[in-house]
Write a protein that binds this ligand. Sequence first.
Ligand code: FES
Length: 565
Amino acid sequence: MSKPGKGIRNGLTNYGDPRFAAYLRRSFASSMGYSRTMLEKPVIGITWTASGFNNCHRNVPELVEAVKRGVLASGGLPLDFPVTSLGEVFLNPTSMVFRNLMAMDVEEMVRAQPMDAVVLVGGCDKTLPALVMGAASAGKPAIVLSTGPMMTSRYQGERLGACTDCRRFWGRYRAGELNDRQIDAVEGALATTAGTCAVMGTASSMAIMLEVMGLMLPGTAAIPAVHADRLRAAETTGVAAMGLVSSGTTIRETVTQASIDNALKTLLAIGGSTNAIIHLAAIAGRLGLKVDLQALNAMSDATPVLVDLKPTGDAYMEDFFYAGGVGALLKRLGDHLDLSARTVTGETLAELVPDDDAWVDDKIIRPTETPIRADGGLVALFGNLAPKGAILKRAAADERLFEKTGRAVVFEGLKDLSERIDDPDLEVTEDDILVLKNAGPKAAGMPEAGYLPIPAKLARKGVKDMLRISDARMSGTAYGTIVLHISPESAAGGPLALVRNGDLIRISVRERRLDLLVDEAELAKRDPTPAPPAETRGWLGLYNKHVLQAEDGCDLDFLVGESHQ
Ligand code: FES
């Protein structure tokens, strides 16, 4: 139903006299130089996530200007407002503990301030999920504009981009293949433009999923951050936000279980980030929907990997953009998706699939007949070591390690890992399984520590991959045979806390199993590794008390669902 925007009169400040509140608000808004005519228009809020601590958002100021153009041209009043900005590599202990803080900030500021609709501008890993979680709970009409990915660069003629190549070169440096001068030169060449990581990491996985969920304009997720098309997309997003004022369409109305399932299948087909499962579960939780890991496995059996991007393939996000982007992916993946799902503009996905004669670069976005692999990029494992599930990005792993029983080499926590992983006396062989405890959401804020380094003495012998398991996460740009998100985590009473050095662990990707081969009687005798002391004050105190496990998206228990204010 068409609803006129209430504009600046939305949600008046409570003085017990609404007419006084409206008068005072107009007066103070006038002090910013707005005419009475402008103050009568619908208001579009625009999140300002530029920050000196967020390189990925360097282009936010010009994107916001372009959004404003679109809003003004469509008869609205655009007002930007600051919200938390999360620059992935600038946050201690890890950005993940601040995603929910940002989501709370967004929810409350979207709800509390007088806006008829909001444009959610963001990109770096945790920001898109936080923006969508917050706006979903706030319940106002919303549309997403991502900052877009970085362009690639060159080192000695070799193309490279953040951040799969960051890890690849660091691995070579640890193995003694690069000297200090060379790694310094690589450091200066990895990230050279504005935008999010240049590969199919978490930021790009989330942007693509949100486009498939209909929350951003079609064709916009993959546009490079510095391309003029992104500014044009920003302007059009401003126009579309004005359309939301009359339609009143909220995220809750756009996103259904079909949209969530479409996003999961898309994630499988792009060989996307393990983190995206957690973020999608959190978004679903805000909407009364579910990411079911058993259902994920069924989808993974039937969904091919079609996109040849790092870290599972060879190319970069700019190649995906020039190959046809999400539209081309919809065309290739169409039969696997529910194309009746709606988008923020009211169109169905079916209406967004390009014509049959639209060009697609087959090398980057493969036809379903010649996929990168016939099944999906991610798989959930269950067993006595992961009763509520664990995740393996099989598309970025070594299949020779998929069916294996090995001896556990245990690290009790992050400090223990950093102190002993390169110890020349560490008893470890390449056939062992590296186990990290106390790196889950409660214990450590679930840092991207699941990509345990290969012990230096093995790396120097040329060992490139080992089976590594933990309750941590890993960067979407990382690769290797890495089992993550074990739930319940060690610090929440999970069986991972009982594993000891030398125990045998069995993985079977074929059977979707992860088991500790120690009998129940022996386990009953063991004391679990204690959880690290938890912070009790401030944000971390609130976080520690209320954070949920990975399968529930690591949201806070009291944030699940919609705002009732
Ligand atoms: Fe921002 Fe990778 S560091 S997206």
